[in-house]
Design a protein around this ligand. Structure first.
Ligand SMILES: Nc1ncnc2c1ncn2[C@@H]1O[C@H](COP(=O)(O)OP(=O)(O)OP(=O)(O)O)[C@@H](O)[C@H]1O
Length: 257
């Protein structure tokens, strides 16, 4: 197995003096190529802050981040531009950030222009839509409100895929969806791993979803990574009290296990 990303002692503090919040404290983990890893924890545990540091959208207070052997902790300029091609993000309610009066075509073509691929980009777009089970014909001329939550989320995944990333960071990519659509998007994430060999870091508060998709689970509580291991070990033989508590809230999981 080849390591793609390594986080060593990552720490993020917000504010100064009396108002200091240590959102992420001394967190270390690594991701292998073709691995689907889930970060699980309750609201406020620091998951999104960790994700945003990994995405290099937030300065890292201390620690080290290495991507494919290269130190990207304080990457700037060209180095970050390259990093953002290799590492793409899908966020919770991405469409809220976009103009509701733009068709999907316009939304996606804007991203294509960033790539500078011109006509060839259209092919890449179709290909990306295909990976999430959509076609341009179905969705390109629609407006965001004309799509289901599941379609919207899959379009945002396709948008990330157009950059042909090596690592996809999906932060609560399913939280806006009802149960059946949620499984649908989780299956898309699995397919990306299986068919494209992509590494996926999936952030969720729901340990049940982690159980469904992940090869490995990282558990965060109050800024600390309290447990990490294979999904089987973490779900069926949790060592930390906090993991046990998260699992106790999902009784079905125990029954089926
Ligand atoms: N920009 C900021 N300034 C100050 N504090 C922040 C900032 N961003 C996050 N925090 C704090 O850091 C802690 C971790 O927040 P974070 O959003 O990473 O948690 P989370 O596990 O992703 O929660 P959720 O699931 O609700 O998104 C919280 O106490 C939060 O209030």
């Amino acid at each position: 197995m080849t390591e793609i990303l390594k986080a060593e002692h990552l720490t993020k503090t917000f504010g100064h003096g009396k108002n200091v919040v240590e959102a992420v404290k001394d967190v270390s983990f690594s991701l292998e190529e073709r691995e689907l890893v889930t970060v699980v924890g309750e609201s406020g545990s620091g998951k999104s802050t960790l994700a945003r540091m990994v995405l290099r959208l937030l300065p890292i207070t201390s620690g080290k981040l290495t991507f494919q052997g290269e130190d990207v902790t304080h990457a700037r300029g060209r180095q970050t531009a390259q990093y953002w091609q290799d590492v793409q993000a899908v966020f919770q309610d991405p469409f809220s950030a976009f103009n509701q009066f733009f068709t999907v075509r316009r939304l996606l073509y804007r991203s294509l222009r960033l790539l500078g691929t011109g006509e060839k980009g259209k092919e890449r777009l179709e290909e990306a839509l295909g990976h999430v089970g959509l076609t341009g014909k179905d969705v390109l001329d629609r407006f965001p409100h004309q799509l289901s939550g599941g379609q919207r989320q899959r379009i945002m995944i396709a948008r990330a895929l157009m950059m042909q990333p090596k690592l996809l960071v999906a932060d609560e990519a399913t939280s806006m969806l009802d149960a059946s659509l949620r499984v649908n998007v989780l299956n898309v994430l699995k397919d990306l791993r299986d068919e494209l060999g992509m590494t996926v870091l999936f952030i969720t508060h729901d340990i049940g979803q982690a159980n469904y998709v992940a090869d490995r689970v990282l558990v965060m509580e109050n800024g600390l990574m309290v447990e990490q291991g294979s999904t089987e070990d973490v779900i069926y033989n949790p060592q930390h009290e906090y993991t046990q508590k998260l699992l106790a809230d999902v009784p079905k999981l125990h029954q089926t296990g």
